[in-house]
Design a protein around this ligand. Structure first.
Ligand SMILES: [Zn+2]
Length: 182
């Protein structure tokens, strides 16, 4: 049920009434989703969907991309976390209103400078730190293999109002709308 509530919140946020698969007829959207960015520059394939995976649950969408290729910010927002752990690896979390978008397995590492965490990815040309605002589509990191991963990919997670959302559902709305606008 959390997913459903989140989806409704999303539709209200975006001004979308009706969506692919809904029983009601689709109506015209505001155009907001048109501006969202696909999160990788060099898409290879989707390697693992959101949902049950063995005895676990996979809270994100895995997108394979060449190691060192750039990750793009899905929606304008503020970097609220740069961190690293053994599972998600080097991690970036960006807040856009009620949304949190999470990027895992980035190249490089998190370093603290005077109490502020930065993404340290030498050669990327990027300076990303907690507290910074980033534009939609801006390069925010590079695809790597940090944390638990067998190949270079972006694990992309999305939360709305604290509940997990299937990123593929968002991509469908984004691209459905693009088609709608020709
Ligand atoms: Zn994943």
């Amino acid at each position: 049920m959390r997913w459903w509530r989140g989806m409704i919140g999303l539709l209200v946020t975006a001004g979308v009434v009706g969506w692919p698969g809904a029983s009601q007829p689709q109506k015209v959207a505001t155009g907001a989703w048109h501006q969202a960015s696909f999160p990788v520059e060099q898409f290879v394939s989707y390697t693992s969907p959101f949902g049950p995976r063995g005895e676990d649950f996979h809270y994100g969408l895995d997108i394979a991309a060449p190691e060192g290729s750039y990750i793009r910010n899905w929606w304008v927002g503020q970097v609220v976390q740069v961190s690293q752990d053994g599972r998600c690896g080097t991690t970036l979390i960006i807040a856009s209103g009620q949304w949190r978008h999470i990027y895992c397995h980035l190249r490089g590492r998190a370093v603290a400078v005077k109490g502020v965490n930065y993404l340290d990815d030498p050669g990327s040309g990027l300076v990303i730190r907690e507290g910074q605002w980033v534009a939609t589509g801006a390069r925010v990191g590079r695809v790597g293999m940090t944390g638990r991963t067998t190949g270079p990919h972006l694990h992309w997670g999305l939360k709305y109002d604290g509940g997990w959302i299937d990123p593929a559902s968002i991509l469908r709305v984004m691209y459905g709308q693009r088609r709608g606008q020709g």
